[in-house]
Design a protein. Sequence first.
Length: 100
Amino acid sequence: FERLLGQDHLDTLRAANNLAVFLDNGGEAEEALALYRRASDGRRRHLGKDHPHALDSTYNLALFLENSGQLEEAEPLFREVLSGCVRTFGGEHHSSLECM
């Protein structure tokens, strides 16, 4: 995707998010973190922080940080995702409830 569409194209960012999950599951934390950050930052910039795809990528980043013991960085991201889910979906939507 990156070669054809560019580093900041939404399809490339989707692929980066998916690859980050794969690498994370395979124990390649450093590369996964870089891709989680890239996907979250890019999707937030292009789609807005409350778009479902941006919320998904930011949640993945926050979860990775939490699991890595980087709680001070993870907490504000989790709070941002929860607020975004409530604004986007409403407080009773399953996406919002899963963030709580």
